[in-house]
Ligand binder design. Structure first.
Ligand code: PMV
Length: 333
């Protein structure tokens, strides 16, 4: 074990093709089912962290002090690292997202992947990727997948303590040169945090078990489609997974509604593009934005069609990216 130092790291968000929606009850944030994602750049979180003996945790997010709720959540997470190496003290950290935070753009996936890596590195602990993924999962389920670049498969596992609930890489970022056009349909933070939405779905939705049953065949289908680079098959599996996840949430009491009018308009735009032969499919997370996967030569057409869609404010373009990594000292991201 080496001495504690300052660590500076980068992590990219990921978007699930087969969604994670639901936790195992009374668990250390263990997902109820597997999920499968693609890690995307250039958007990223950059986190710099050092441990200071005898101090309390002190952090900033995008240059501003943390809200009480966020500070509590992050300190709870940092306790997991303190338990691995007693005597660390408090974490002093700065974290920045170059894209909107908590707006349904997967900032918690890159955020907790970056924090897990920065906190363990700065503590002189070097965890293997599976252990790092397991740690990141306890911050945010989707963060377990952002440890890896390219396509990642998150295993829900079966161990009571969640020790086998971590992600693995199944294909690197350069396996399939896809693009993702994100249609931003609203500025600002989302209404219902994903954990609240999942918990309500699990507790009250008559479709929750039906949703969970869709996951194993979807994982199988997505893995085969990715391996064969079969766009049409992946489109079918990913759109179904997103709509089935939202169907289970909509059926909660009260229903969890992440969509805005522009969300639905964008889905129709994508369906119309595909009917005309454009390789594009959509997915939607716990927010109102629509993420459209497409082939590189379809990107301009997809962007134009989304910009012509009523209520779409702007678009961002992303592509497969690498996993969470440490920056050499003194470098700039
Ligand atoms: O990692 P969390 O707790 O923010 O949950 C993510 C949930 C979805 O984004 C809707 C789906 C997913 O698999 O990323």
């Amino acid at each position: 074990m080496s001495a504690a130092t300052t660590a500076r790291v980068i992590a990219h968000p990921n978007i699930a093709l087969v969604k994670y929606w639901g936790k195992r009850p009374r668990s250390a944030n263990v997902p109820a089912a597997d999920s499968l994602s693609l890690t995307l750049g250039p958007m990223h979180t950059e986190t710099t962290l050092r441990w200071v003996e005898g101090s309390a945790d002190q952090g900033t997010l995008d240059g501003r002090p943390l809200s009480e709720a966020v500070a509590r959540r992050l300190s709870g997470f940092l306790d997991l690292v303190r338990a691995m190496r007693p005597g660390l003290g408090g974490a002093h950290f700065e974290t920045r997202n170059d894209f909107p935070t908590a707006a349904g753009l997967a900032s918690s996936s890159s955020g907790f992947a970056a924090l897990a890596l920065a906190a363990t590195q700065a503590a002189g602990l070097s965890l293997d990727p599976a252990a790092l993924s397991r740690l990141a999962r306890q911050g945010s389920g989707s963060a377990a997948r952002s440890i890896f670049g390219g396509f990642a498969w998150m295993h829900a596992g079966s161990a009571e303590d969640g020790s086998d609930a971590f992600a693995e890489a199944i294909a690197p970022a350069d396996h399939w040169p896809l693009k993702v056009v994100v249609a931003i349909t609203m500025e600002g933070a989302k209404d219902v945090p994903s954990t609240d939405g999942m918990n309500l779905t699990e507790a009250t939705s008559p479709y929750y078990d039906a949703w969970l049953n869709t996951v194993p065949p979807a994982i199988q289908g997505a893995r085969e489609a990715i391996e064969a680079r079969d766009f049409e098959r992946l489109a079918e599996v990913a759109e179904a997974s997103a709509l089935q996840m939202h169907a289970s949430a909509l059926a909660a009491v009260p229903g969890v509604i992440y969509w805005r009018g522009a969300t639905l308009e964008a889905l129709h735009t994508v369906r119309a593009l595909r009917a005309q032969g454009t390789e594009a499919f959509f997915t939607i997370d716990a927010g109102p934005h629509v993420k459209v996967f497409c082939t590189p030569n379809a990107e301009a057409r997809v962007r134009e069609a989304l910009m012509d869609t009523p209520g779409v404010l702007r678009t961002l373009v992303a592509e497969p990216a690498e996993g969470a990594h440490v920056l050499p000292e003194g470098s700039h991201a």
